[in-house]
Ligand binder design. Structure first.
Ligand code: NAD
Length: 394
């Protein structure tokens, strides 16, 4: 195991590390090299860029395990974030992904008011071919070696069976099935939060949170998207959807009466609200050229292909964007609840706070001439900095 680490520091320290110059918030965000997707610098330099605390490289020749665990910030609590298994083209791609995702988890937890830091893990490999019980258990041992500083959960390419294997080697696992004391699939709670977040966006823009009659496009109807569509249909919104899987489209059309459109034609539809619930980076130069909508609000992680460029372009197009890490926090809230003995009503009650948080963020953005993305990051950083000061005293 190779570990690169720095002391746990409030994010404010990053403000001062640019030639000793304290920059104002907007400048700092605009200069934030987090957007440099072609970063080819060394690991420690990349960690320095976004102030990551620790990166752990895990290798096991016998099982073929190659994994990276990134711990971004633990001021608020232990870092928590899922493990993703993916056939990354290069190790550099895997590192970029885990650094980006772990940073997003720090902000997600902070804005949701959770006492959690941000972390994430990636296993390099094909989830359909390279998995084994031994590989998952070996990975679990690496998680255990961090003594609770990193708590894992499911992410893309990882199944509940894999989590059971990891759980055999470490207690630092969440998102377990209900019969193992967990909260089960976080998808339904995420969907509930996304639905409420869409309503908050409507309230902010139209001074009325009713979605009746609004034309809403749901891109991706998996675990989260299907349930988001269900809430929207119940509220008499005019919902249409696309997905890569024909059987999912047939099902949603038969069960909910949702109109189905071809994936290639999705962005050309006039719509009031675009709800991205598939994969990341769907808000990019090409999609923004075609999108005709008033609000973008959905569950997908890392929706903006380039955080600063596209959050700005969205504003120029007159679209209201609800930051992904704010609106999709329901899943994290659900797994966080497991740490204190799972209770569904507590998880749902905390998820309902997403509505007011979004209204507060949009007001803060308006009052301070920030994008909603910048306002959300500022809110997260302010909380982390305040709590860091509290923790600094005996
Ligand atoms: P999922 O795998 O169950 O569903 C994703 C769906 O998107 C699939 O049906 C897939 O076919 C479809 N899809 C993929 N690419 C597409 C494309 N180009 N066009 C149209 N459809 C496409 O995943 P999920 O759990 O529903 O998560 C959806 C998104 O929300 C992901 O980005 C995930 O990271 C994010 N998210 C999920 C949770 C959760 O609790 N599940 C929590 C937070 C964030």
């Amino acid at each position: 195991m190779t570990t690169f680490s720095s002391h746990s520091t409030p994010l404010s320290d990053f403000k001062n590390n640019n030639n000793g110059q304290m920059k104002n918030h907007k400048q700092r965000l605009n200069n934030n090299p987090a957007v440099d997707e072609s970063n080819t610098s060394g690991v420690l330099t990349q960690m320095h860029t976004n102030n990551h605390e620790q990166v752990v490289f895990c290798h096991d020749k016998d099982t073929g395990l190659r994994a990276i665990i990134a711990i971004h910030n633990t001021v608020l609590g232990p870092s928590l974030g899922g493990t993703r298994m993916w056939s990354y083209a290069t190790e550099a791609d895997a590192l970029t992904d885990v650094l980006r995702l772990s940073r997003g988890m720090t902000y997600k937890a902070a804005v949701a008011g959770l006492n959690l830091g941000g972390g994430k893990a990636v296993i390099i490999g094909d989830a359909r071919k390279d998995k084994s019980e031994a590989l998952m258990r070996r990975f679990g041992k690496f998680v255990e070696s961090l003594n609770g500083k990193y708590i894992t959960a499911e992410d893309v390419g990882i199944s509940s069976k894999d989590m059971e294997y990891i759980r055999l080697e470490t207690k630092n696992v969440t998102g377990l099935p209900v019969d193992m004391g967990g909260g089960g699939d976080p998808g339904p709670v995420t969907a509930y939060g996304v639905y409420l977040g869409i309503k908050a966006a409507a309230k902010s823009l139209w001074d009325n949170d009713s979605l009746a009659g609004k034309k809403i496009g749901v891109e991706g109807i998996g675990s989260v998207g299907y349930r988001v569509a269900e809430y929207l249909v119940k509220e008499n919104a005019k919902v249409f959807a696309c997905d890569l899987y024909a059987d999912r489209l047939t099902k949603i059309n038969a069960e909910l009466g949702v109109e189905v459109v071809e994936t290639e034609k999705f962005y050309d539809q006039a719509m009031d609200i675009y709800a991205p619930c598939a994969l990341g980076a769907t808000i990019n130069d090409k999609s923004l050229e075609r999108l005709k909508c008033s609000i973008i609000a959905g569950s997908a992680n890392n929706q903006l292909a380039n955080e600063h460029v596209h959050s700005q372009k969205i504003i120029e197009k007159g679209i209201l964007y609800i930051p992904d890490f704010v609106i999709n926090a329901g899943g994290l809230i659900n797994v966080y609840t497991e740490l204190h003995g799972y209770n569904e009503s507590r998880a749902l009650a905390n998820t309902e706070k997403i509505y007011q948080t979004i209204l507060d963020i949009l007001k803060m953005a308006k009052d301070n001439d920030l994008t909603p993305n910048e306002a959300s990051i500022r809110l997260a950083e302010e909380r982390i900095e305040k709590i860091a000061k509290i923790k600094a005293t005996y």
